[in-house]
Design a protein around this ligand. Structure first.
Ligand code: NAD
Ligand code: UFG
Length: 349
């Protein structure tokens, strides 16, 4: 088989850059399309340093129909992994139109261009945030959807659009039907073991792990633990943290599945990418202290609006249909976060 070419939207970002490393190391050709709205080109330089391989990069907004059409004509990719999107929940509540325009309209342009180019294999970055209220903290793919903020709704809308596309092909019995994997991430953390690429949040981090890392290195003075009165063993919120390298390996497994029997007549299937077990905020703090030898200064603060007490994946479908499971443990996640943070205290500068 000739080498497959994968076009990666948002490939300069946190998860996208790790995906580029795994793709290059697995022998794929890689084309990145990123407008650098939340990333720096240095991440791609580092990807090439880690792998000793080169990729093609276009600094382009996926909403630019004409530019994207030209890229597809020139590069003729076989598959697309679609990471490009805005992801800050709070910002999405302040600027919902920005989120719908960037995420939903951006995806519409992408799939229009893909249709015109007859490239119909897509792996999409969805999120556990698409799930609605549930009586169980362990989420399976068939659970009802019901995102509660504009960011989450943008992901849910995109999932709907992609399911409709696939259903229409099925109905019309087209020759080259859409093959789509919707990957619902739980909580990605960690960094590549080289310490050369990692998460580089703008300003004060919203998420727990980069916040803890910045307290440990002295950039921030104190972590606020949002609530210690949840109905969990230590009262703090529980999440399913997943190492970013495990997460991106799930994307390579998804590409293999799209090329296989399961998808041969076209389909659009959702898969949870999580470990299937949760850790509390205080367990994360204590793990960080244990692995790094640093003391994390923290205080208990009120609950953060919109947070669930507990949320973790049922990953069995991904085990069965993608042949994918997490391989790394909590200590790996903490050690790799810390390695990245200490080598790059100011991120990519
Ligand atoms: P990130 O911000 O680091 O990466 C996203 C990349 O997309 C950035 O490089 C940004 O410049 C680019 N981008 C944004 N809009 C674009 C546009 N219109 N055109 C071209 N490029 C554009 O974020 P990430 O953490 O790597 O997340 C990647 C994807 O995974 C996102 O879609 C996000 O919603 C999703 N996701 C992330 C998490 C998480 O916790 N990190 C959880 C669930 C889902
Ligand atoms: N937390 C704190 N203090 C902080 C930050 C977080 O106590 O400074 C707590 C939260 O209350 C929560 C846990 O740490 O209990 C994890 O919070 P994160 O913000 O790291 O992650 P979330 O589960 O809230 O959300 C993340 C992404 C979303 C995504 C979701 C599911 O931010 O975009 O995972 O994939 F949708």
């Amino acid at each position: 088989m000739t080498k497959q070419k994968v076009l990666v939207t948002g490939g300069a970002g946190y998860i996208g850059s790790h995906a580029c490393v795994e793709l290059l190391e697995a022998g794929f050709e890689v084309v990145v399309v990123d407008n650098l709205s939340n990333s720096k080109p240095e991440s791609l330089a580092r990807v090439q340093k880690i792998t000793g391989k080169t990729l093609s990069f276009y600094q382009t907004d996926i909403r630019d129909h004409a530019a994207l059409t030209d890229i597809f004509a020139k590069e003729a990719p076989d598959t697309v992994i679609h990471f490009a999107g805005l992801k800050a929940v709070g910002e999405s509540c302040e600027q919902p139109l920005l989120y719908y325009h960037n995420n939903v309209y951006g995806t519409l342009v992408l799939v229009e261009v893909m249709t015109a180019a007859n490239v119909k294999q897509l792996v999409f970055s969805s999120s556990a945030t698409v799930y609605g209220e549930s009586s169980s903290p362990q989420y399976s793919e068939h659970f009802p959807l019901g995102a509660i903020n504009p960011y989450g709704r943008s992901k849910a809308m995109i999932e709907d659009i992609l399911r409709d596309l696939s259903a229409a092909d099925h109905k019309n019995q087209v020759q080259n039907p859409w093959k789509i994997a919707l990957l619902r991430y739980f909580n990605p953390i960690g960094a590549h073991s080289s310490g050369l690429i990692g998460e580089d949040p703008n300003g004060i981090p919203n998420n727990l792990m980069p916040y803890i890392a910045q307290v440990a290195i002295g950039k921030l003075s104190q972590l606020s633990v949002f609530g210690d009165d949840y109905p969990t063993p230590d009262g703090t919120g529980i999440r399913d943290y997943i190492h970013v390298v495990d997460l991106v390996k799930g994307h390579l497994k998804a590409i293999t599945a799209l090329n296989g029997d399961k998808f041969k007549d076209g389909a659009c299937n959702a898969y949870n990418l999580g470990a299937g077990r949760g850790y509390s905020v205080l367990e994360m703090v204590h793990a960080f202290e244990r692995v790094t030898g640093k003391t994390i200064n923290y205080k208990i603060s009120p609950r953060r609006a919109g947070d669930l007490a507990e949320c973790f994946a049922n990953p069995e479908l991904a085990w069965q249909e993608l042949d994918w499971k997490v391989e790394k443990n909590l200590d790996d996640m903490v050690a790799d976060t810390w390695h990245w943070q200490t080598l790059n205290p100011m991120g990519y500068v």
